[in-house]
Design a protein around this ligand. Structure first.
Ligand SMILES: CC(C)(COP(=O)(O)OP(=O)(O)OC[C@H]1O[C@@H](n2cnc3c(N)ncnc32)[C@H](O)[C@@H]1OP(=O)(O)O)[C@@H](O)C(=O)NCCC(=O)NCCS
Length: 160
C-alpha cells in the first residue's frame, strides 16, 4: 500500500534482508520492546518472515536506517500499523508525523477508511504522538502481549 517516497531529507524504501539483524538488535534494547520481553532473535524473525500481508518499510538516511514501519494490510477497513520506530537520533524532528501523513495519504488514495495502531498503556510519548496525529482510542486490549499489561487500540479515521 505504501510506495517508495522522499520524506523530508530521507527516503522511504522497502526493508532489505540485511537491515533486519541490526534493526532487531536496536529495537530489542529499547522500550517498549525491551519492557515487553521481545528478543533480538524474535524481532529479526518477524522482520524477515514470509508474510504477504505484512509490508515492511525503512526510512533511510543514506546507508543508515533512521526508522522502520511495518504495516498489516488487509486488516480492518484499513491497515494496522504493527510496528513503528524512529531510532533515537531521529526522534522529535517531525519525522514520525511525516511518515504517518504519507501513510494516511496512501491509505486514502486506496479508498480505505481507517488506519489502526496500538501502543502500550504506559507509552505516554507514543500515545500523545498518535493523538496529535488524529488517532482516537478505540479500545483497550488487556494482556495482549504480557499478562497485566494493557495495549491501547487506536484508530485514525480517514473520512469525516
Ligand atoms: C513515537 C515515535 C514513532 C514518534 O516519532 P517522532 O519522529 O519522534 O515524532 P515527531 O517528531 O513527529 O513528534 C514527536 C514530538 O516531537 C515534536 N516535533 C515535531 N516536529 C518537530 C521538530 N521539527 N522539532 C522538534 N520537535 C518536533 C512534536 O510536537 C511531537 O511532540 P508530541 O510527542 O508532544 O506530540 C518515536 O518517538 C519512536 O519511535 N518512539 C519509540 C518507539 C515507539 O514508542 N513506537 C510507537 C509505539 S509502538
Amino acid at each position: 500500500m505504501l510506495a517508495a517516497a522522499v520524506i523530508g531529507q530521507y527516503s522511504l524504501r522497502t526493508l532489505r534482508p540485511a537491515d533486519a539483524a541490526p534493526l532487531a538488535l536496536a529495537l530489542a534494547r529499547q522500550p517498549p520492546w525491551a519492557d515487553l520481553g521481545y528478543t533480538a532473535e524474535g524481532l529479526q524473525r518477524y522482520l524477515n518472515k514470509d508474510d504477504a500481508a505484512l509490508e515492511r518499510w525503512v526510512l533511510a538516511d543514506g546507508a543508515s536506517v533512521a526508522g522502520v514501519l511495518c504495516l498489516r494490510q488487509p486488516w480492518l477497513r484499513g491497515p494496522f500499523l504493527e510496528l513503528l520506530c524512529l531510532l533515537p537520533d531521529y526522534r522529535g524532528q517531525g519525522l514520525g508525523g511525516l511518515l504517518l501523513a504519507e501513510l494516511h495519504d496512501r491509505a486514502r488514495l486506496s479508498g480505505l477508511a481507517n488506519v489502526w495502531a496500538t501502543a502500550t498503556h504506559s507509552n505516554e510519548n507514543a500515545l500523545r504522538f498518535y493523538r496529535r496525529q488524529g488517532y482516537e482510542q478505540a479500545g483497550v486490549l488487556p494482556d495482549l502481549i504480557l499478562p497485566g499489561v494493557d495495549e491501547i487500540l487506536l484508530r485514525r479515521r480517514l473520512r469525516r
